[in-house]
Every structure is written in C-alpha cells, then in structure tokens.
Design a protein around this ligand. Structure first.
Ligand code: CA
Length: 288
C-alpha cells in the first residue's frame, strides 16, 4: 500500500470509528428511555386489550307494546307460561300461592289450584303436558297434569326454587343466585349448570325464566331488566330494558316488581307482566 493510500485508509477508518462511538454513546443515553417507552407501550396495549374485553357493550333492547291485557292485580306472579291458547300462571306468598289457567284476552281465571299454606309458590313450566311448579324454600317441586291440574307427583332439589323453563330436553331452573341448574325432566336429577355473567362479572338474582328461540330470557329480581342468556356458556348476550312499561298505562296502583315472561312459540308473541300488576303486555323488542 502506498503511503498516501495508507493515510487515506487510516483517515477513513478513524471517521468510521468516531461515528460508531457517537452512535454507541447515543444508544447508551437513549437505552433507559427506550426501555421505559417499550414497557409503557406494552402496558398501554395490554390495558387497552383488557378494557375491550371488560367493557364489551351489550345490545340493549327497548320495547313496543303491541297489546295490553288485564291481569289479576292480586296475583303475585312468580311463573308465567303461554301454551295451547292459554296463559298459565304460578303465584307466590304464603297462604296465597296458586296455579292458574287464565284467558289471555279477559284475564278470567279459568281454573285455579291453591297450594297448601306452608308453601310459597315459585316458577312454573309445562313439559309434555305436565305442569311443574317450584316452591321457594321448601326444596320441593310439584308435578300436575296440564288439563286437570291433578297432582301427579313431586320431586326434591337442594337449592331455592325461583324460575323454571325448559329447552325441550332439560328443565332450566334459577335459584336466586347467578347459577342456573339443568335437570333431567324425567328423573329431576341435576345434569349440569351454568353461571350467568356479564363481561366476566356474575349476575345474581336470576328470577323468572323463559326459553325463547335458543336463548334463556331471565327477569333480574328488583330491576326492570330482562337478561338474554346464552344457555351454553351463561354469558349475557343482551338486555331488554322495560323501564316505564307500566307507567305508560297511567295506572297509579301500588305494585311490586317486574316478573313474568311467557312466549307463544306458535305465533311468536312475547308477554311480560309483574307481581300484582294490573296488566299483561304483549311486546315487540326494538334493538337500539
Ligand atoms: Ca316463564
């Protein structure tokens, strides 16, 4: 190598080394801030991802009243079913509990079977021409022949009885917590259960139930809301807000809470009422 060439080579090499040193120095200075930036950025992404799960916004349905029918304002409604052209109703309170067949249009009680005074009647459902009625704290359910109301038998369960419906294969029962029990309709043995939750938070006070087109509709005790529940997971997939439905009638009577959902699968009609309410409403859901 010629001296000039060697000189240039050394010069260039020194330039490169100087640039490398400046770069290394800058990286050392920026190292800590970069690490902090990366951590904050990761945390932000994590929190953001978590929030999108926690804060899943569920659809809230409002309603349109299609028809208003009279309802016995002495009926402390605990169970409501529509089948074969009639409403069937289970009422509660000690010394006032009953099972009823009611004419929808007039509210006329066509048949009534009182429960013994010691039982507080709860939800009802009709499975293969048999009416099943729960009791609140007595751990006993009654089975009646649908047309005659003759008692066929009874069965025991280990939790409080609140609401009941069925999906054609299983009885579906709420107990006032967030748990829904599935029972074999013939043996009354428990064959499964789900926990009802909204965005990973359990939802308690699941009350009157109705199986509607593959979903469980559930009154939440002491609220104006009905939860639409996925029967496979227990996840709430939407809410129905019925706030104001009774007030629309301008009826100032003292009443108890919203409770009672019945579905007419033949004509796709949905009915709701409440404890001691003077009306039953046929409603159509409106997605907001
Ligand atoms: Ca019902």
């Amino acid at each position: 190598m010629k001296p000039d060439t060697l000189k240039n080579f050394v010069k260039e090499r020194m330039k490169i080394t100087r640039k490398e040193n400046i770069l290394k120095s800058n990286l050392r200075k920026m190292g800590i801030p970069i690490i902090i930036f990366c951590i904050i950025n990761s945390l932000f992404l994590f929190v953001n991802a978590s929030s999108s799960i926690d804060l899943e916004i569920l659809p809230i349905y409002s309603y349109r009243v299609i028809n208003t029918y009279p309802h016995d304002s002495n009926a402390f409604t605990q169970g409501l079913v529509f089948e074969n052209g009639f409403l069937y109703e289970g009422t509660g309170l000690y010394r006032s509990s009953s099972l009823r067949r009611v004419e929808l249009e007039t509210g006329t009680i066509l048949q009534i079977s009182p429960l013994p005074d010691k039982y507080f009647g709860e939800g009802i459902t009709i499975f293969e021409n048999k009416i099943i009625q729960l009791t609140w704290k007595s751990n006993i359910g009654f089975v009646y022949e649908r047309n005659t109301f003759n008692k066929l038998n009874n069965f025991k369960y280990s939790f409080e009885g609140w609401g009941i419906t069925h999906d054609g294969k299983r009885l579906i029962i709420s107990d006032g917590t967030s748990i829904i029990h599935f029972l074999d309709p013939n043996t009354f043995k428990e064959i499964g259960q789900i926990k009802v939750f909204e965005n990973n938070t359990p939802v308690n006070k699941i009350n009157e139930l109705e199986y509607v087109k593959g979903e469980i509709y559930a009154n939440i005790w002491q609220t104006n809301r009905i939860a639409r529940i996925d029967p496979r997971s227990g996840r709430i997939i939407g809410w129905i807000d019925l706030t104001g439905i009774l007030e629309e009638t301008n009826d100032a009577e003292e009443v108890d809470v919203l409770n009672g959902i019945a579905y007419d699968a033949v004509h796709d009609r949905l009915f709701v009422t409440g404890k001691l309410w003077p009306y039953i409403f046929e409603i159509q859901l409106i997605k907001n």
